[in-house]
Design a protein around this ligand. Structure first.
Ligand SMILES: O=C(O)CCC(=O)C(=O)O
Length: 260
């Protein structure tokens, strides 16, 4: 399967692309079932809601996935980390043949999975989860260049009530002044220079099996989950094969999986 020129241009201009009905419902349900079992039994490594919200910039740069668990008696899990090595079902989705030509078109070279980043089941638990502020994923990643793309799979319906992703189209191509970000490098909603850009935000309801590809510098956010059902999604990141991670950073702490 390949993207049309129009789709490729759309990704280049907007920094994201929606692939409707890409994964089968059966596959989504299998992934969902296994994710729910790992969530139920709090299988580490995981990130809690508390960690996700409270971590400082320095902690996010230094703490590796495997050392990040803070397992309290009653926690809200924000994400299951390191899913590639958790279960064959997760690994198979990340190594899916059908998406490789698309990722190659977008990256302009063969894709390589970065085990160090994303590689997660992302959750938004009912009521106890929080909104995610505007940010670029690349802010805590250390690579030679920004040729990285995330692959988001909706395992069930995602909409504004349960925290679907929102994007600022074209923001991956903009240069920002550091003052436009707060101390945790979130894009400040209150900054006068940011208001018009934030007003241009878009979001699309997702259905089970939809995939969204988004550039690592694209500004995105999500609401809290105000419904009674958990929202569970799968996200992993690929980079162009030649894009090297900077030594002695979080980005080199895990192996990479070339998808030649
Ligand atoms: O589900 C969310 O709240 C957004 C997740 C996200 O953007 C991220 O972790 O980079």
């Amino acid at each position: 399967m390949k993207l049309s020129n129009a789709q490729l241009t759309q990704f280049e201009e907007d920094g994201f692309l929606l692939l409707k009905d890409f994964a089968s419902h059966a596959r989504c349900e299998t992934i969902h079932d296994i994710a729910k079992a790992h969530l139920k039994h709090k299988v580490p490594p995981l990130e809690t809601e508390f960690e996700y919200v409270a971590k400082s910039k320095e902690e996010r740069e230094k703490i590796s996935d495997a050392h990040s668990e803070l397992i309290e008696k009653r926690i809200t899990i924000r994400r299951l980390r390191q899913v590639y090595h958790r279960d064959i079902v997760f690994k198979q989705w990340m190594e899916e043949e059908k998406i490789r030509p698309i990722l190659k078109q977008i990256l302009g070279e063969s894709p390589t999975i970065t085990i160090a980043h994303h590689n997660s089941i992302m959750t938004k638990m009912p009521h106890s989860s929080t909104a995610t502020a505007w940010h670029q994923d690349f802010r805590y990643w250390r690579f030679e260049n920004d040729n990285l793309v995330s692959v988001w799979l909706a395992l069930d319906d995602e909409h504004d009530k349960n925290g679907v992703l929102e994007f600022i189209p074209g923001s991956h191509k903009l240069d920002f002044d550091p003052a436009q970000f707060d101390e945790k490098e979130y894009f400040s909603e209150g900054h006068s220079k940011n208001r018009d850009l934030i007003a241009s935000k878009v979001s699309y309801e997702l259905e089970k099996g939809d995939v969204v590809l988004f550039h690592c510098k694209l500004l995105h956010r999500a609401n809290k989950n105000a419904t009674d059902e958990a929202k569970i999604s799968f996200v992993y990141t690929v980079k162009g094969a030649s894009n090297r991670a900077v030594e002695n950073t979080r980005s080199t702490e895990y192996e990479e999986i070339p998808l030649a």
